[in-house]
Design a protein around this ligand. Structure first.
Ligand SMILES: [Zn+2]
Length: 348
């Protein structure tokens, strides 16, 4: 048909042609993949399987279903086992393929997770259609991104729980001269159901955002010629979540720990919540974190900053400055030793 169009107006539409060709390749791929996913009935020695109830599930028949893969919809034909004791059925082949209870193949799920984490879900659906030639629903993008997100969160939670029990492996390595930890919170616009029952900043108005808490850890080993502290290039790692302050306190402690908290000679923790907002009371942090640091209240107007921080302090690419010691309160006296080379105010 594309070639017929060409005959009509004398031009070849390459975009239409390449897209049509990709679609044809997908169809051929789906046929080939479907063939690979057709199981034969199990042999006589594979007709029984253990059931989770402790009894035995027996092979009943081959059953088919369709799943969406990177080359489009394919058919899956695989043995079905049923336990006559608890009436639970199972498809071992689905588990092997990692498509148990899923309409999407692992390859498609990976794509949806990528687009779903970058943009609104409907935008992700459009991206998948354009980039991968796959038709998925907005709901599928949302569900996949959220499932993978909660998987990641579950893994992190295991770590955070260990941090809470102070049962963390010591990270070995060179001593770190100065380890910095900074945290901040910001309103993240969310859909209505995420703010149900929450009051907004304006009285009587519903909330439109939830606070995402972000933290980072980085190191410093050098000062520049003017005596200003330089953040070690590529030394920053980040962590964050929409969660309560005390949950976040454990998370940021874990991040600090993984970055070598136990072998840092100087530890600096900086919060950037508005002064007196109570977002980061020391009580939210695990005891070892709390007791070995001196918290700088935000009212000291920026002990340091990086390019993402408003210019209460000077900003420079790839580094940070320490502001005037005058703006620090007495609590910061003990800090002066390590900030001595870098506490001059830079005028710009
Ligand atoms: Zn059973």
């Amino acid at each position: 048909m594309i070639f017929q169009d060409r005959r009509k107006n004398g031009k070849l539409d390459l975009e239409a042609l390449e897209m049509a060709m990709r679609s044809a390749m997908h169809q051929a791929g789906a046929v080939a993949l479907s063939r690979l996913l057709q199981c034969a009935p199990p042999g006589p020695d594979q007709r029984e399987r253990a059931c989770s109830c402790g009894q035995t599930a027996r092979y009943r028949e081959l059953r088919s279903r369709r799943i969406l893969t990177a080359v489009g919809e394919v058919e899956l034909l695989r043995p079905y086992y049923l336990c006559s004791h608890c009436h639970n059925g199972q498809f071992p082949f689905d588990a092997e393929l990692d498509v148990e209870g899923q309409d999407l193949s692992p390859g498609v799920r990976r794509m949806l997770a990528v687009v779903g984490s970058e943009a609104p879900f409907d935008h992700g659906r459009q991206q998948i259609e354009l980039l991968a030639g796959l038709a998925v629903t907005t709901k599928a993008v949302e569900r996949t991104a959220e499932t993978i997100g909660s998987d990641i969160a579950r893994c992190e939670q295991v770590q955070v729980d260990r941090a809470l029990q102070l049962d963390l492996p010591i990270v070995v390595g060179e001593p770190i001269p100065i380890l910095y930890v900074q945290m901040d919170g910001t309103g993240v616009p969310v859909v209505k159901k995420e703010t149900a029952g929450r009051t907004g900043k304006v009285d009587g108005q519903p909330a439109h955002t939830r606070e995402g808490k972000l933290g980072c850890a980085f190191t410093q080993t050098k000062w520049d010629a003017d005596g200003y502290a330089i953040r070690d290039p590529d030394s920053t790692t980040y962590t964050g979540a929409i969660e309560t302050a005390s949950e976040f306190g454990q998370r940021i402690y874990l991040e600090a720990w993984n970055r070598g908290w136990s072998r840092a000679e100087t530890k600096v923790v900086k919060e950037t919540a508005p002064s007196g907002s109570g977002t980061w009371p020391p009580s939210i942090f695990p005891a070892p974190f709390r007791s070995s640091i001196c918290f700088m209240p935000a009212s000291t107007s920026g002990l340091w900053c990086d390019s993402s921080t408003p210019v209460t302090t000077s900003v420079r690419n790839n580094g940070f400055y320490v502001t005037s010691p005058n703006s620090m309160t007495a609590t910061s006296k003990s800090w002066s030793a390590f900030f001595a080379p870098s506490t001059r105010q830079r005028q710009n």
